[in-house]
Design a protein around this ligand. Structure first.
Ligand code: NAD
Length: 468
């Protein structure tokens, strides 16, 4: 991919950050006839998602799935010998996947004649950026419009200093330097459970410590139970209502002090510690104080429905523009921001942004959760369909899984869909469409679902509402 060696002096639209938000905004803006400069410190577009997030973690989760299937297939009459993990080759393959995707994006940048600058940008004022090129040069560039898409980064444990390769974040874990004998995962959220699953499959003894009373806070407990049953077999331990109060790096590992909610504390030695306690937006060090862009108390940029900030020529999208910090939300916002910059009428107003946890089983949900409905006293009917009666589930050698529909008690309109089971991340797309199209449960029941598939659980769940 060709890059601009010199720093351009002006741009019609500058996009800062080339992750899923930034590159999608740049591509859409070019399609709409704008002249675009894209700035990012990486040599190729992709952001955290492609370089050290969604894509490498899903590649490694595929390895975990193969290992689990090979181990479990004895039960259905096929026995493999114990898998041998060639860590070097796994790493190479993961990097090849990243290379193909970022390379593809790089070619598209060239084809669309986007000016790509490899460097870091900071705002001098609302029309000028200072750019530090990776080769050491620096310069100023004026712009008519800007879209900021600088993403987020992992939070480290507050008040705990642990500057050591034995205490890693998600980026470090995805490097896959080794398979530690024991790994403590701090945080039972998306990252902790996904990467914990990878390391458990590769052979680490994985323990998870979560400070709240359950894994995946925000997700309905019945879905989490389906996952927890399986994780309990894969992980060494899952410690809830427990927090890490101290971390001491030693020669033989990391000595961690853990404290439960009854104030009892205990120490345990782990080969490595993975911290996955959340992410924070990259809004510092951008010079936003030199513009009229406003941040909220959590550091997210305040935007309106067009993704426009308080500074009328500057837009913000993706993780910096608020939760949920998900790549697919960034894509949606990118299109809206590019259209708004191009003077079109556009608004970011999705009925549902799906959440998917790519564990085994996968957990996916969209729209209203049952917990939310209860808290907000929204009158709903729910249909919960365990997968053990579904033919396709059993032919996969599985009997776990659940599909849940949450519908308005009076109108039958579908308000939420939640799924736990293999492939839930693919299946949830039907739920998103149902919500976006304002479907009622009758629509799901009248849609012919292919047989034998897991998607029939959505049909069956809808059907059960009519028998009730
Ligand atoms: P998270 O918010 O999903 O989970 C963090 C967990 O850590 C929470 O359960 C929290 O209660 C717990 N926690 C916080 N402080 C703690 C402490 N001191 N001790 C023990 N537990 C503690 O955050 P994450 O897993 O780091 O992921 C960050 C974000 O990245 C997610 O919110 C999501 O937006 C995104 N992400 C998405 C995917 C996906 O879509 N599959 C995958 C990875 C990350």
């Amino acid at each position: 991919m060709s890059q601009k060696e010199s720093i351009p002096t002006s741009a019609q639209l500058v996009v800062v950050g080339a992750g899923p938000g930034g590159y999608a905004a740049a591509f859409k803006a070019v399609e709409l006839g704008l002249d675009v400069t894209l700035i990012d410190p990486e040599a190729k577009p992709g952001g955290v998602c492609l370089h050290r997030g969604c894509i490498p973690s899903k590649a490694l989760l595929h390895v975990a799935k193969l290992v689990a299937e090979a181990e479990e297939s004895t039960a259905i009459g096929v026995t493999f010998s114990k898998p041998k993990i060639d860590l070097q080759r796994v790493r190479e393959w993961k990097d090849e996947v990243i290379g193909k995707l970022t390379g593809g994006l790089g070619s598209k940048v060239d084809k669309q004649k986007i000016t790509y600058v490899q460097g870091m940008a900071t705002f001098k004022d609302a029309d000028t950026l200072e750019i530090k090129h990776v080769d050491g040069k620096s310069g100023e560039m004026t712009f008519e419009k800007a879209i900021i898409a600088t993403g987020s980064r992992p939070i480290m444990l507050p008040d705990i200093e642990a500057d050591s390769p034995k205490v890693i974040d998600s980026s470090g874990a995805l490097e896959l330097d080794d398979v530690p004998t024991s790994l403590l995962v701090v945080g039972g959220g998306y990252i902790g459970l996904e990467l914990g699953s990878v390391y458990a499959a590769l052979g680490s003894k994985v323990s998870v410590v979560e400070m709240t009373d359950g894994l995946l806070p925000g997700c309905d407990r019945d879905l989490v139970s389906v996952l927890k049953r399986r994780l309990a077999k894969k992980f060494e331990s899952i410690m809830l209502n427990t927090r890490v109060t101290d971390v001491k790096v030693q020669k033989n590992g990391v000595m961690v002090t853990l404290e439960g909610n009854k104030d009892e504390s205990f120490k345990k030695l782990f080969s490595k510690v993975l911290v996955a306690v959340g992410r924070k937006p990259n809004t510092e060090s951008l010079g936003l104080e030199n513009t009229g862009v406003k941040l909220d108390e959590k550091g997210f940029v305040e935007v309106n429905g067009q993704m426009r900030t308080a500074e009328t020529n500057i837009y913000a999208i993706g993780d910096i523009a608020g939760e949920p910090m998900l790549a697919h939300k960034a894509y949606g916002e990118a299109n809206v921001a590019a259209e708004a910059v191009a003077g079109r009428k556009a608004v970011f107003d999705p009925r549902a942004i799906p959440a998917v946890v790519f564990t085994d089983p996968e957990i996916a949900w969209c729209g209203l959760t049952e917990t939310d409905a209860r808290e907000k006293k929204i009158k709903v009917k729910t249909a919960k369909l365990p997968w053990r009666g579904n033919g396709r589930t059993l032919t996969l050698g599985r009997d776990d899984g659940m599909t849940k529909l949450i519908v308005d008690e009076e109108t039958d309109r579908v308000l939420g869909v939640a799924i736990a089971g293999p492939g839930a991340g693919e299946l949830i797309a039907e739920g998103v469409l149902a919500l976006e199209m304002a479907a009622v449960s009758e629509d799901l029941r009248k849609s012919i679902h292919p047989h034998p598939t897991l998607s029939e659980t959505i049909y069956d769940a809808a059907e059960s509402l009519f028998k009730a």
